[in-house]
Design a protein. Structure first.
Lengths: 312, 485
């Protein structure tokens, strides 16, 4: 009982818990969840969002550290752009491997995650390390590179607004536009999309890879610009992997990703509080997370089976 | 008189309502090549699947080396020394030749060295040379076929069943295969060659069995049989086809034209020899051909779904296409009817979609083509096959009202659904003065529907002149087995 109170207090028990703890954790999950959702919608199994996020963080940090004197009006858009490009380039490597050599993206993206983790380790011990060369981290960013908070006294930052706008935009594009229709068609039936629709699936999967990587990279920029204000080795505690669960739980619907990202953010915030205040190990939260996901997937399957029984 | 290696007596087999075999018999002697001939659907492959233990006969007996046997599975057949090379190979592409040869072999442990040595030894003895360490997926089709035969030999097969083996081979590869068959039977083995090519059968086989509609109608030594008598047995008496009024020949504008077009597939095998033809407005061109004879490539070249290796293709900018594999190539089962309608415009459209307009267009197609579904939002997978096919034909007609290419459009449909699809194809040519090119495995259906008929045989395209007696199917059935007038 004590554990549940601690959980509630940490996740939603106060306005601070919700706006600062839960939503700050939900922000990267939202952006990366969208990255995974758009890729999966097109049948591109990008499970390398973790690496793309890290590259986005490195790119955005590099901009912030290289020219600290930039005004915020220029600095923040430059960080956003750098983060998106960094993630897109990292995803582009996997896209190139797939189209040039036929390497499955499931393999290449997960391998690139390890390369990205090693790259950030080297960065914070080499070119981007703070001047005393003691800690594996960069110096703190200048004021201009710290992203604005959305509310006074709360830590929720610009990244959340970007994520919500991105979710609505993605939902609109997927359901209402010709380009989005092509993405869905290739994901649901690539052969029919090519044969009946004349869609160039190769060009389309390239673009989806790039967009997916850009969203994940944006999450990396949002973490360093909105939360840590510096580049660390452990910039992502596995957001790229949790995001797969976020996207699947939302059944790849961008609007649903907003809700599931907040849900997973609350689980993480509550779990951290439970560990701090009630001494419950964080593993317990992971068990809750996994159980929830399995239950939802089983429910979806059961519904699908029932639908077929009724009709067939 | 040599010993009997394998005998099938009076085999009957029914699949649901369809009687596939009705008293088929086949006696294969040791040291002989035995050709099994028949039209599409005559029961050749079914009979041999019974001999290979894949299917259980409803009635009939199987003898191996003079003893009655029961073959409950492929395992039993292999143990009895029977091997089969299927039309679609049954090899593991990611495995090497040696690993494939060892699959299903004796023992619990896989010994790579021994498997490779076995492949090499069989290669030396039989001339079926293969690199034991090559991945099967990287081999040419001819080499994959050799690997299939080597696997069967590794399992000690003495009766080898080959299902249309030369359909996928180049002429020189076919010669090599025939030479191997001669050597194999010289050592006392037997070969059953399933084929639809009469000349091939007479040239390479010692004995011939002809099946027609599931029953054996002719069997005997090939040197005592004339080509004409074998063809008569395959084709049977000319059946008069349906009383549908044949369409008149057309002299209107040419819509499709092929000029010396050839097609080579990705592994370089020539699938279509140089072909020149035209199709005019108001024509329904029927294309016949046994699987792998080049008709699939011909249709896809005309539909713009394949690019020719040489020669020029003339066709309308937009051609409607009804592919054979409906749920894979024509529609997305999980999408709604509206979304599936829009699929036809997927590459060209820009900007935003008006779903309201799209639903209206879809509903009008549903009404025109009698597509029965709750509404335009219903998922495609909830429709019956006939409704799905009428929807696809209606969608493609809306896209290209006067140019339609259809592959086996009535496959899997019941009689009524077939009639409706045929009516729709006819109306493209008659009411809209368009051109239709249609392939079907059903000869009678093609004769009832079309104005001109082409037959594809081994990558060659032959136009068959209308017979003197209307409705005489003889010339077409002969052409399908390689006997051209």
């Amino acid at each position: 009982m004590e554990a549940f109170i601690a959980f509630w207090d940490g996740a939603a028990g106060s306005s601070y818990a919700f706006w600062s703890a839960t939503l700050v954790r939900a922000t990267p999950l939202l952006l990366v969840g969208l990255a995974v959702a758009v890729a999966f919608r097109a049948g591109v199994l990008n499970i390398g969002a973790e690496g793309q996020l890290i590259l986005g963080a490195i790119a955005a940090s590099s901009v912030a550290l290289a020219i600290p004197a930039l005004p915020a009006m220029v600095m923040i858009p430059a960080m956003i752009a750098a983060g998106a490009v960094g993630g897109a380039v990292w995803a582009g490597i996997a896209a190139w491997l797939r189209h040039r050599f036929g390497v499955l993206e499931v393999i290449s993206t997960i391998m690139l995650n390890f390369v990205a983790a090693a790259l950030v380790s080297w960065m914070v011990r080499g070119p981007l390390q703070e001047p005393t060369k003691v800690y594996p981290m960069s110096v703190s960013f200048s004021e201009a590179a710290r992203w604005p908070f959305l509310l006074d006294g709360q830590r929720t930052h610009l990244g959340l607004a970007l994520g919500v706008v991105a979710a609505l935009l993605m939902w609109f594009v997927l359901t209402q536009s010709a380009a989005g229709f092509r993405v869905r068609a290739v994901g649901a039936g690539a052969s029919a999309a090519e044969s009946a629709g004349g869609v160039n699936t190769r060009a389309l999967t390239w673009r989806v890879f790039v967009v997916s990587g850009a969203l994940a990279g944006l999450a990396g920029a949002s973490e360093v610009g909105g939360v840590t204000w510096a580049l660390y080795e452990g910039i992502s505690p596995g957001y790229g992997y949790t995001a797969i669960a976020v996207a699947l739980l939302a059944r790849l619907d961008p609007r649903g990703v907003v809700l599931t990202a907040v849900f997973f953010g609350a689980l993480e915030a509550g779990g951290a509080s439970m560990q701090r205040n009630a001494g419950v190990p964080a593993v317990a939260v992971q068990i809750i997370t996994a159980t929830t996901l399995l239950a939802v997937l089983a429910l979806a399957r059961w519904r699908a089976l029932r639908a077929e029984d009724v009709l067939g | 008189m040599s010993a009997i290696a394998l005998a099938l007596h009076d085999i009957h087999k029914r699949f649901g309502a369809a009687q596939a075999l009705t008293g088929a018999s086949c006696v294969v002697k040791s040291g002989c090549v035995h050709a099994l001939l028949g039209e599409n659907g005559a029961g050749k492959t079914t009979l041999m699947r019974v001999a290979f233990g894949m299917l259980q006969p409803d009635h009939g007996e199987i003898e191996r080396d003079g003893k009655l046997v029961r073959l409950a599975s492929e395992r039993d057949a292999i143990t009895a020394g029977i091997g089969m090379v299927h039309q679609h190979f049954m090899l593991v592409p990611a495995f090497t030749v040696a690993e494939n040869a060892a699959l299903g072999g004796p023992g619990r442990r896989f010994d790579a060295g021994r498997a490779a040595a076995l492949v090499r030894r069989i290669g030396e003895e039989t001339g079926l040379l293969l690199n034991p360490h090559a991945k099967v997926g990287s081999l040419s089709v001819g080499a994959q076929q050799r690997a299939e035969i080597v696997r069967a030999l590794a399992q000690q097969a003495r009766v080898m069943i080959l299902d249309e083996p030369t359909a996928v081979l180049t002429p020189s590869e076919s010669e090599e295969l025939y030479a191997w068959m001669r050597r194999f039977v010289a050592t006392g083995g037997s070969v059953v060659l399933i084929t639809h090519k009469v000349r091939e059968a007479l040239a390479v086989a010692d004995d011939i069995t002809v099946l027609r509609r599931g029953a054996t109608v002719l069997s005997g030594p090939s040197r005592e049989l004339s080509e004409e008598s074998v063809i008569e047995a395959i084709v049977g008496e000319a059946r008069v086809t349906s009383n549908a009024t044949p369409l008149a020949a057309s002299n209107d504008e040419v819509l499709f034209g092929l000029d010396a077009v050839t097609y080579h597939d990705t592994s370089g095998v020539r699938r279509l020899k140089p072909t020149t033809l035209t199709v005019r407005r108001g024509e329904i061109l029927g294309v016949l051909g046994v699987e792998g004879s080049g008709q699939r490539e011909l249709l896809r070249l005309l539909a713009g779904r394949l690019q020719p290796s040489s020669g020029t293709v003339r066709r309308p900018v937009v051609v409607g296409f009804v592919p054979e594999d409906r749920l894979h190539d024509a529609v997305i089962p999980e999408f709604s009817l509206t979304e599936n309608r829009l699929l036809a415009e997927a590459s060209a459209m820009r900007g935003l979609i008006s779903w309201r307009d799209q639903a209206e267009t879809t509903t009008s197609i549903m009404l025109e083509n009698d597509v029965r579904a709750t509404d335009a939002n219903a998922a495609m997978r909830t429709l019956s096959g006939g409704n799905q096919q009428r929807f696809v034909v209606g969608r493609e007609r809306r896209l290209a009202p006067d140019a339609l290419v259809a592959e086996n459009p009535t496959r899997g449909l019941d009689v009524q659904a077939t009639a409706r699809v045929m009516h729709a194809l006819r109306s493209v040519a008659q009411e809209h003065k368009g051109a239709v090119i249609v392939h079907s495995a059903d000869l009678d259906e093609i004769l009832a529907l079309t104005t001109r008929v082409l037959v594809c045989f081994a990558g060659e395209v032959h136009e068959i002149a209308p017979p003197a007696t209307p409705g005489d199917r003889g010339p077409y059935a002969r052409a399908l087995v390689g006997a051209f007038a």
